[in-house]
Design a protein around this ligand. Structure first.
Ligand SMILES: Nc1ncnc2c1ncn2[C@@H]1O[C@H](COP(=O)(O)OP(=O)(O)O)[C@@H](O)[C@H]1O
Ligand SMILES: [Mg+2]
Length: 277
């Protein structure tokens, strides 16, 4: 869980602004909740809140009011400059009590106005006794980076940027087996080929791995299977409408003499219209 450790380290060293980028289903919301839980569990050390932005017509005034409320300001002022000074006072108070203030914002790409990023930069600049008082963690898909560019000085203040990547084939199998164990399974229900097929169909995206595996388990149960092989995965991936990667047909079964090299990619196998390695 590289993102979690990095973000917590950035917060502990008061880096100010952290940005977590990841395509859909790679685990941004999962991570934001994990960070929230972890920091909340560290009692008395952090004042942490999570905002989830749910539409893109949000204004700077709305966001600042939400921030004020989440910091525990009971009566946020209507007037913006009064509100900002209320927030500053609150940040100082939290700092006085020995806590770090952390604001997590999920779906941050829904923040689409230059003014919003300018205000966030203003809050990030609030200092007392020579240190910053606020840490902001923005989580969003790659397009978030374009919105951040609305305020270039903010981009230059990014203290940590982490990009989530899909799992590789080995990690996909590990993740599937971990989920099964957590769910109470005593043995590996998916054959190694099924795991490979899940990787091929999901491209290592955790949300897709979950959906495909859950549907395959149900299918396997209905078909009274002891184990789930690649055929069920292919059927499930098709019925979920998962797009097949554009790929060339597999190489011929027996490569010409001498053509085999150490770096030769593993041979692809086919089930239904799906290829896996
Ligand atoms: N590192 C991880 N460990 C375990 N499960 C994960 C991890 N990352 C993502 N998931 C799972 O994948 C699913 C999709 O992740 P989510 O956080 O909703 O993605 P995003 O917000 O990036 O679209 C979640 O339901 C979660 O269970
Ligand atoms: Mg999400």
């Amino acid at each position: 869980m590289g993102a979690l450790i990095r973000v917590q380290h950035a917060i502990d060293s008061s880096k100010g602004l952290c940005v977590v980028i990841g395509d859909m289903g790679l685990g941004k919301t999962f991570i934001s909740r994990k960070i929230l839980e972890k920091l909340q569990a560290d009692e008395g050390k952090y004042e942490v809140s999570l905002l989830i932005v749910i539409h893109h017509e949000i204004t700077a005034a709305w966001l600042i009011k939400r921030i004020a409320l989440s910091l525990g300001i009971e009566f946020p002022a209507e007037d913006k400059s009064t509100l900002i000074s209320q927030i500053c006072r609150q940040l100082i108070q939290i700092d006085d009590s020995g806590k770090k203030t952390v604001l997590l914002i999920d779906e941050a790409h829904m923040l689409q106005l230059k003014e919003i990023y300018e205000e966030l930069r203003g809050l990030l600049n609030v200092e007392a006794r020579n240190h910053k008082l606020l840490n902001i963690v923005l989580l969003g898909p790659p397009e978030l980076e374009n919105y951040l560019q609305l305020d270039p000085p903010l981009v230059s203040r990014i203290g940590l940027k982490f990009t989530l990547k899909p799992l590789d084939q080995k990690a996909t199998a590990g993740y599937m087996s971990h989920r099964l164990k957590v769910a109470g399974a005593a043995r590996d229900i998916f054959t190694p080929e099924a795991c490979s097929m899940v990787f091929a169909a999901s491209r290592g995206v955790p949300r897709l791995i979950n959906t495909i595996s859950d549907n395959a388990l149900l299918e396997g149960f209905l078909e009274k299977k002891e184990q789930i092989g690649p055929e069920i995965i292919a059927t499930v991936a098709d019925s979920l409408g998962i797009k097949k990667p554009d790929e060339a047909p597999p190489p011929p079964e027996a490569p010409a003499e001498g053509a085999k090299s150490k770096d030769e990619p593993p041979k692809k196998k086919k089930v239904g219209d799906w290829y896996y390695t």
